[in-house]
Design a protein around this ligand. Structure first.
Ligand SMILES: C[S@@+](CC[C@H](N)C(=O)[O-])C[C@H]1O[C@@H](n2cnc3c(N)ncnc32)[C@H](O)[C@@H]1O
Length: 296
């Protein structure tokens, strides 16, 4: 009798020990490292493929050039805590803001086109627009916009953002507007890099130390040459002080608006021109951190 009650006490002790296992998280997300096996949905590899676009919880393919919501889901879960503020300096149709709201994060989005700002605002309730999602019309590379973001951060009770997302135009592949400040209207690719760097500099200054930034970008093919937009922009990020943490290759086939409508045309052109079609884009992850310089 005694033995059996001791046995059951031991069992109780063992199970309660399991219950009180402390939650172990990093300062930049809510992932409990003591239960890391539970997070099967979070991608840690360098190859991302999503069979279809998430069209639920407020998301829709309503803007030529928007990214698939699963990118925002992955980035927010991996690099933010609940209630953190994510800053998106190329807000477009507001994918980042919608997913921030869905996951209990806050967001500041900057977009150049006033009509997009008005349209995206209609996706949120008045209360959400006051408390959780702040949308600013402006040129993300300007000092004026930087000051506006700082003012919004102050209203939200913060000094800086906890995650930076940059999804710029891929040079002039899609023209987003006729505005001269629009990065898709640069006269040359060199000018595009220069203006991108100015936006990224504002982002760097507005980001909290030790937090992360994500750059979503694809390469281009121009004048019969491959143009490595992704790696050139990565170089500019490093020049600003960001440290590269990951370069992810994302399969884009089936995710784009035309859904492969022009696939045959591009296959013919590729065969005829000696180049390959683009099936991928990059998601590059950076950290604003002071790492010791590597001796060369
Ligand atoms: C690739 S799209 C971003 C799409 C967005 N991630 C989404 O899911 O809808 C790039 C956006 O940057 C905007 N843009 C271009 N130049 C800008 C600038 N100087 N300042 C702010 N936004 C700019 C364009 O109007 C366009 O909406």
């Amino acid at each position: 009798m005694r033995n059996s009650s001791k046995k059951s006490l031991n069992n109780v002790k063992a199970s309660s020990l399991e219950i009180v296992k402390p939650v172990k998280t990093k300062p930049y997300n809510d992932i409990d490292l003591n239960n890391w096996k539970l997070y099967e949905n979070i991608k840690t590899g360098s190859w991302w493929e999503f069979s279809s676009r998430d069209n639920t919880r407020g998301h829709s393919l309503d803007y030529h050039g928007n990214y698939i919501p699963q990118i925002a889901t992955q980035l927010l879960e991996r690099y933010t805590k609940k209630n953190d503020i994510v800053l998106d300096l190329f807000f477009g149709s507001g994918t980042t803001g919608i997913e921030a709201r869905n996951l209990g994060r806050r967001c500041i989005g900057v977009e150049l086109q006033q009509n997009m700002v008005d349209y995206v605002s209609s996706k949120f309730t008045k209360k959400e627009l006051v408390v959780d999602v702040n949308i600013i019309q402006g040129d993300s590379k300007s000092e004026e916009t930087k000051k506006k973001v700082e003012a919004r951060l102050e209203i939200m009770g913060a000094k800086s953002a906890q995650l930076l997302i940059l999804h710029p135009p891929y040079d002039d592949i899609i023209h987003f507007s006729d505005k001269k400040e629009d990065l898709s209207n640069c006269a040359t690719t060199e000018e595009f890099y220069e203006l991108f760097k100015r936006v990224a500099k504002n982002g760097y200054d507005l980001l909290e130390q030790n937090r992360f930034a994500a750059l979503i970008i694809g390469d281009a093919y121009k004048n019969s040459r491959y143009v490595p937009l992704g790696f050139e922009c990565q170089k500019r990020m490093e020049e600003l002080g960001f440290v590269t943490k990951a370069v992810i290759v994302k399969n884009i086939t089936g995710n784009e608006k035309a859904k492969g409508k022009y696939a045959n045309l591009w296959r013919y052109r590729a065969l005829a021109g000696g180049f390959n079609t683009f099936d991928h884009e990059y998601i590059m992850i950076f950290q604003k951190t002071k790492l010791k310089k590597i001796k060369k």
